[in-house]
Design a protein around this ligand. Structure first.
Ligand SMILES: C[S@@+](CC[C@H](N)C(=O)[O-])C[C@H]1O[C@@H](n2cnc3c(N)ncnc32)[C@H](O)[C@@H]1O
Length: 215
């Protein structure tokens, strides 16, 4: 990766972190209390690609535990085996304290998220489920299956967070998630989003947070 792209990605991730804090706002009191009483926070990143976002997501989850060095376990899943191999190379399967970032455990799985139960134990609930740059336009029925399973994996205080590259794709994803049983808590446009070459496409252009309506 060129240095310029590396720098751009690093800045995107700083902005994503700010957006996560903003969109979560004051909503997460219950989840914070729940996490403060637990040994570790559990995060599922669906369609994670190479999972550039892994450290931002685990830092954000650690903040919610009330301790920036709090323990966090992240499971990333993507259908593209090469991206997952790269994520494993970058983050390994770390256990124990890291000098800078507290106790983190990363696990990356290659598989189809429309069959999430086959890859991630069906009795496992997650505190946070992320879909960064969901791809609803690339196959609405596939992504509705993914959204449905993502909502299913949320614990009772858990939250689902999505980000989108495009305005219309974001709107369609919000509608689909609400049809499937998600309650939209907040959606925010990213004022610092980085424009990409395709007109109307930019990095983490919108960020939205949901809980399960039946929770
Ligand atoms: C736009 S990329 C986002 C990747 C990463 N989250 C990011 O923001 O850089 C969408 C990802 O969805 C993954 N994907 C598409 N269909 C999938 C499926 N059925 N199961 C798991 N991952 C899928 C693709 O392989 C791709 O990595």
């Amino acid at each position: 990766m060129s240095e310029t792209l590396q720098t751009a990605n690093a800045r995107d991730l700083e902005r994503l972190h700010r957006m996560l804090r903003q969109v979560a706002g004051d909503d997460l009191g219950t989840l914070r209390r729940h996490l403060a009483a637990r040994d570790e926070a559990r995060v599922l990143d669906i369609a994670c690609g190479e999972c550039h976002e892994a450290e931002v997501l685990t830092d954000f989850a650690a903040e919610l535990t009330g301790d920036p060095d709090g323990a966090v376990q992240l499971t990333g899943l993507d259908v593209r085996a090469r991206e997952i191999a790269n994520a494993r190379k970058r983050f390994g399967r770390r256990r124990g304290p890291d000098n800078q970032r507290g106790k983190r455990e990363f696990e990356f799985l290659s598989g189809d998220a429309t069959k999430l139960k086959e890859h991630v134990g069906s009795d496992e609930d997650f505190d946070l489920v992320f879909l960064r740059h969901q791809n609803y336009w690339n196959g609405d029925s596939t992504w509705e299956k993914i959204f449905d399973q993502a909502l299913e994996r949320l614990g009772s205080d858990g939250r689902l967070i999505i980000t989108s590259y495009f305005d219309k794709e974001h709107r369609l994803a919000l509608e689909a998630l609400q049809r499937l049983g998600g309650e939209l808590l907040r959606t925010e446009s990213n004022p610092e989003t980085r424009a990409l070459l395709t007109p109307g496409k930019s990095v983490d252009r919108h960020v939205a947070i949901f809980r399960r309506k039946d929770a």
